[in-house]
Design a protein around this ligand. Sequence first.
Ligand code: ADP
Ligand code: 5GP
Length: 194
Amino acid sequence: MSSLSDFTGKAIIISAPSGAGKTTLVKRLLESGLPVKFSISACSRKPRKDEINGKDYYFLTIAEFKTQIQNNSFIEWEEVYENNFYGTLKSEIDGIWNMGKHVIFDVDVLGGISLKKYFGKNAISIFIKPPSLKTLSERLVKRNTDNKESISSRIAKSKKEMEYIDKFDCIIKNDELNNATKNIIGVVEKFILM
Ligand code: ADP
Ligand code: 5GP
């Protein structure tokens, strides 16, 4: 019989250009019944409508974020967009593993590469690939959470981010949502049983 002392906590890293469907697929993984829990990042952008501090992100001011950098609180952090800082807090991980759950990260592409280096074989890095940049742009417009300027900077960044796709362990194409959901659940389930 297995017990918590046999448990090895793993890391599931989900990265993609903004709008590819990370948040949607992470939500589905969290609802799948697999023993996984979301690592809540810190960020310095303002909350969107419906986002909750301490659930979606820890929303900090830029000054607060910089203090956390100086305190060495992050495993990794990035200025993902100009003056918008995002970072993975060291304090999140042990709490999740101590509950006997594997930790899921939703991070940008550079953050994903850093986390894979940090966790090594205990991590799987998954790149969510949008069907095309045109679809990505349509999804961002339809999501209706960003102004035109923010959408343009996200699309400009996406082109660069796609160049890193080969650095990831696995690629999931998010074309038809139910299909992508089935694929990602399959990949994560296999990895955590390894
Ligand atoms: P990200 O977290 O990568 O920025 P989201 O999960 O917020 O992306 O998805 C961007 C938008 O696209 C959301 O409005 C979401 O509902 C929608 N979306 C996600 N996956 C699909 C899909 N397979 N087909 C159509 N729309 C999708
Ligand atoms: P959004 O503003 O759409 O919530 O997120 C913007 C980008 O920041 C997304 O690509 C998201 O995955 C990324 N992100 C969220 N948290 C972190 C983090 O802790 N570290 C890094 N590097 N990126 C993050």
